[in-house]
Ligand binder design. Structure first.
Ligand code: NDP
Length: 322
């Protein structure tokens, strides 16, 4: 852990991650007149910035693009004084000698009196042969980013959850045919998404099947799948493969810092407190049954309010933002 620069600004709260949870924590913290920084290794928005249409976040009966929603949240946090720092990843958080924390980023070390962890999740890789070789040449985890490349073509989506079905639905705007390759004979996705998918003639469901290999020369040409019931192998002629088999929390760097569960999710109490006093957590990277924006924003608000209470007990805010 590098030494912190004693002259660098001392924040009241540093929030790690600018998805819905982190941005909401930022809105509440800055409205509470805490000197707040939100650090994000990519662009603000997290997973929702890559989502075509968000239909289940209250207040938008027509739905709203994930990108627009995340931009509005970012704008709102900045409006109240939070400093949103994009393309600045965090690699470590540790207590400093003055009872606060040193947050190590790509650009240096930041001093803060409290921390809110909202690092989110990232899409899981299948690990099948060909997946890594064809990244950017037909293998993707982002239909919103890459879907338009498949106009008039055939793609496969792997998975049966909300992401697979909703992103597969988005792909039908471009592709002529979308295979959904699922390892069971029943989807996990929400009922409304299932109903739409079953009514869409561009979908072909490949049930009880797991992907085995992605093949091609320069670009993806086929996805080999195997029936889990019969062992029969089948080659699907596809130009693209979209992998939606779940997500993993971005918490490897937090091992030994705060308590994580067996799957790497951050353990908090009902007030979003981690086991390290002064460090709070919220969003999809925390343990909890519902990975939804609605829950992330609720937990983000609670984390910020708890951080404020913690700082009040420790002597109040360092400096009110302008
Ligand atoms: P999920 O974990 O919900 O679904 C993953 C899917 O991939 C499951 O169907 C699973 O099969 C399958 N799968 C897992 N591992 C493998 C493997 N190794 N090989 C083949 N298939 C595999 O992940 P999602 O990314 O879809 O969603 C994550 C969370 O985000 C969920 O809570 C979801 O509800 C939420 N979400 C909500 C949205 C919304 O509300 N609009 C949109 C997108 C996500 P099986 O079913 O057999 O376990």
């Amino acid at each position: 852990m590098p030494d912190t620069d004693p002259d660098s600004a001392l924040f009241d709260v540093v929030i790690v991650g600018a998805g819905p949870a982190g941005l909401t924590a930022g809105i509440y913290a800055s409205r509470g007149r805490l000197k707040t920084a939100i650090l994000e290794r990519n662009m603000a928005g997290g997973q929702i910035a890559l989502t075509d249409l968000v239909e289940n976040y209250p207040g938008f009966p027509e739905g709203i693009s994930g990108f627009d929603l995340s931009q509005k949240m970012k704008e709102q946090a900045e409006q109240f004084g939070a400093e949103v720092r994009e393309i600045e990843g965090v690699s470590a958080v540790a207590r400093d000698s003055e009872g606060g924390f040193a947050v190590v980023t790509d650009r240096g070390t930041i001093r803060t009196r409290s921390v809110i962890l909202a690092p989110g999740v990232e899409p899981r890789r299948s690990g099948i042969p060909g997946e890594a070789d064809f990244i950017g040449r037909g293998v993707s985890w982002c239909a919103t980013c890459d879907g338009a490349l498949y106009r008039g073509r055939t793609v496969a989506v792997i998975g049966g959850g909300d992401s697979a079905v909703e992103e597969g639905m988005f792909l039908t705007k471009f592709a002529d045919k979308v295979y959904i390759v699922h390892r069971r004979d029943e989807l996990r996705a929400a009922r409304i998404a299932q109903e739409r998918a079953f009514a869409n003639s561009k979908f072909e469901f490949v049930w009880d099947s797991v992907p085995r290999r992605i093949e091609g020369k320069d670009m993806v040409e086929a996805l080999e799948v195997e029936s889990v019931k019969t062992g029969e192998q089948r080659s699907l002629p596809v130009n693209g493969v979209f992998v939606y088999i779940g997500q993993d929390p971005n918490t490897a760097w937090l091992e030994g810092v705060v308590e994580l569960d067996d799957h790497g999710y951050i353990v908090t109490d009902e007030l979003q407190r981690t086991n390290l006093t002064g460090v709070f957590a919220c969003g999809d990277a925390t343990v909890g049954p519902l990975k939804q924006i609605a829950r992330a924003v609720g937990d983000g608000a609670l984390a910020a309010v708890q951080a404020e209470k913690y700082l009040d007990a420790a002597g109040g805010s360092t400096a009110a933002p302008a």
